[in-house]
Ligand binder design. Structure first.
Ligand code: PYC
Length: 326
């Protein structure tokens, strides 16, 4: 019987986990975007083995290290979750940077990471063993103040924006954005996503608008905003979501509500915080910078035994109903 061994390092970024796969399979392609398409097409077995139950969960984001095509990049990374490859992942980039420091493969300074959405920089400071600042890809507001009618008759207003992934940012939803209200938040977010699909507006930049951010005022007076973020597979982001915060900066900038260089502190639904700023981007939109903290939580080897019926994960259809299901 063959046994595949997959080395990994786990971390969490402001509560949201990342599992970096440090060796093994490399999907074919030249750019990381091409490799991510090959990953989605032919490497479902690896995705399932790394992030699906029983080794992982819907919450977990994987990061597969691949060779970059951008000569300026130090490393390539395909971020992925229960559904497939992501365009970019802010919390994942922070976790990846801290993981590479932990492994002795990166040091204080700039780490450039090619992702499917473009090359981003992770700035690793000398003075703080957990912080990383990510200079994300260009982000922009595609539509502001869409009116959407939900299945339950509510009307909400929402923006569509790109932050490395496609986001629907919803205001006026009437939900309490706190940890005690997760079921209602997930239900409302799914209804928003369905309403966007009905409106025929669920793609942007050739990618799905599959992340939903329910906005709310900050609870802590030191912060500026709060959000519940529903990820494509149905899990909610425990961190404030780096690409989601980038999308929010783009909308704030488009409305003239946040000046370049001004600080925006975004709370997650569990109260963890990313600190963000932006510079105007040539060609429109913003260039976000997101600062957060990550901790390495484990390292080891996944064992994928040919005799194990769930070696490539438990298929979604067989998993318990609940968070994944609208
Ligand atoms: O931090 O960008 C992010 C992210 C995307 C999905 C989960 N986290």
């Amino acid at each position: 019987m063959a046994t595949l061994r997959i080395p990994f390092v786990d971390s969490h970024t402001e509560g949201e986990p990342t599992r970096v796969v440090t060796g093994g399979a490399v999907p074919p392609g030249v750019t990381v975007a091409e490799r991510a398409r090959a990953f989605d097409r032919d490497f479902g077995w690896l995705r399932g083995a790394v992030v699906d139950e029983p080794r992982g969960s819907d919450v977990l984001v994987g990061a597969l290290l691949v060779p970059p095509s951008d000569p300026a990049a130090h490393v390539g990374a395909i971020f992925f979750n229960a559904v497939g490859a992501l365009g970019m992942c802010g919390h994942g980039t922070i976790g990846l940077a801290r993981t590479l420091v932990h492994l002795g493969r990166a040091a204080a300074g700039e780490l450039r990471v090619e992702t499917p959405a473009g090359t981003v920089s992770a700035w690793i400071p000398d003075e703080d063993p957990h912080a990383v600042t990510v200079a994300n890809v260009r982000s922009w507001a595609e539509r502001l103040d869409l009116e959407l009618r939900l299945d339950d008759g509510r009307t909400v207003h929402a923006d569509v924006a790109w932050g490395g992934n496609g986001f629907l940012l919803v205001h006026g939803h009437g939900e309490r954005v706190d940890h005690g209200n997760l079921e209602a938040l997930a239900h409302t977010a799914w209804m928003c996503r369905r309403a966007l699909e009905r409106a025929g507006l669920a793609t942007l930049n050739g990618r799905p608008v599959d992340h939903v951010e329910l906005e709310a005022p900050a609870e802590d007076p030191r912060n500026h905003g709060r959000a519940f973020v529903l990820c494509p597979g149905g899990a909610y982001d425990r961190s404030p979501c780096g690409t989601g915060t980038s999308a929010r900066l783009a909308c704030l900038a488009a409305r003239g509500q946040l000046a370049p260089g001004a600080s925006w502190r975004q709370e997650s639904v569990i109260g963890s915080v990313f600190e963000a700023t932006y510079a105007p981007a040539p060609g429109g939109g913003v260039l976000p910078r997101i600062r957060g903290r990550a901790w390495v939580t484990g390292e080891g080897t996944l064992i994928v035994d040919d005799a194990d019926p769930y070696r490539h994960g438990i298929p979604a259809a067989q998993r318990a109903q609940g968070a994944r299901t609208p």
